[in-house]
Design a protein around this ligand. Structure first.
Ligand code: ATP
Ligand code: FE2
Length: 320
């Protein structure tokens, strides 16, 4: 069974194809503005402009034509409205034109499922870290339960905003990672964790005040060490509480080597299993939407509207 998935919640337009539970194509393009952050209207224009090209590339890669696709899936939310509309309308058009079923997928659940697929871990605690989201998730009784989360901005957002203040264009995460490797001195920063929840606004303000006074390398290094420690501490507490002995990290920030190293170390100290996901599947991609659509293939969804505020814990996980 071939499933074609379209991702368009934010800055990335992606098309992925799976043959049953195997990814056979994963094409995408991310809008990288020259200055400032993502403007919703511009992201939608980017997706609209590149949609046909990326769709064509994915089909070529899979050696398929549109009429070969058995199921269409799209990212229903959460995300920014103009961007979401591009994927929703394109997938709805294709499903009608070719007379195939359409499945609406929760973007966050898709980040979780692709992580389970590529690590082979069946029931891990999942640290989901991206631009807009920072959540610690566990599976219980047909639901993904959010055990801990950020009380303000997402961690990727913190990195991107800090990067912008240091003159690094969006997305700043990869560049901050490189700078951090050259950092020498740890600058003490506000460490804000309450139970399983974390908060980043205090550290954001703190860092904005030391830019220009400390080196970019030391700031990047100290920022990473501080916020990643907060996340790994909360993940460890969740693992202990839920009696689960494995961890995966997923979402755009899961591409970060240092974060994975800290996760691996924490797990090895408590004799738990840790597996890294391939970098290709950390950030937003169409393959995760196709794969999750495939898992949901028997769902009878009535509501296929976009859901800009779609929460992870409101999705019924019937396939597990
Ligand atoms: P979501 O809707 O899941 O919040 P998103 O729109 O933020 O998704 P993702 O592709 O999942 O998109 O994540 C993008 C974020 O990942 C950006 O904030 C980016 O800076 C960050 N990122 C990417 N690579 C790295 C890295 N190597 N280290 C740290 N952060 C990274
Ligand atoms: Fe994402």
């Amino acid at each position: 069974m071939y499933t074609l998935g379209i991702e368009s919640t934010a800055h990335t337009f992606g098309v992925g194809i799976t043959e049953n539970d195997r990814v056979i194509a994963n094409e995408r393009d991310t809008l990288k503005p020259l200055s400032g952050g993502i403007i919703p209207r511009e992201a939608a224009a980017h997706h609209f402009r590149l949609a046909a090209e990326i769709l064509g590339k994915a089909l070529n890669k899979g050696g398929l034509r549109l009429k070969d696709i058995d199921l269409f899936a799209f990212s229903q939310g959460p995300g920014i409205i103009p961007s979401l509309k591009v994927g929703a309308s394109l997938s709805s058009f294709l499903s009608k034109k070719y007379g195939k079923k359409l499945i609406g997928v929760n973007h966050c659940v898709a980040h979780l499922e692709i992580a389970r697929l590529y690590t082979g871990l069946r029931d891990p605690i999942m640290l989901y870290v991206s631009g807009g989201n920072t959540q610690i998730i566990t599976y219980y009784n047909k639901n993904y339960i959010v055990f801990g989360e950020t009380q303000d901005i997402g961690i990727g957002n913190l990195l991107d905003k800090t990067g912008r203040r240091m003159g690094i264009p969006f997305p700043a995460g990869p560049e901050i990672e490189k700078l951090a490797e050259k950092g020498k001195h740890y600058i003490e920063m506000p460490y804000s964790i309450k139970g399983m929840d974390v908060s980043f606004s205090g550290i954001e303000t703190f860092v904005s005040k030391i830019i220009g006074r400390e080196t970019k390398e030391d700031i990047a290094f100290s920022l990473q060490e501080t916020v990643f420690s907060m996340l790994i501490e909360a993940s460890e507490r969740t693992m202990a509480y839920c009696l689960k002995n494995s961890l995966v990290i997923t979402g755009g920030v899961a591409a970060n080597k240092r974060l994975n190293e800290m996760g691996r170390k924490m797990c090895s100290e408590r004799a738990a299993e840790f597996k890294e996901i391939p970098m290709e599947f950390a950030g937003d991609n169409g393959a995760m939407i196709a794969y999750t659509g495939y898992l949901m293939r028997d769902y009878n969804q009535k509501d296929l509207d976009i859901k800009p505020k779609f929460r992870t814990d409101t999705v019924e996980i019937n396939y597990r």
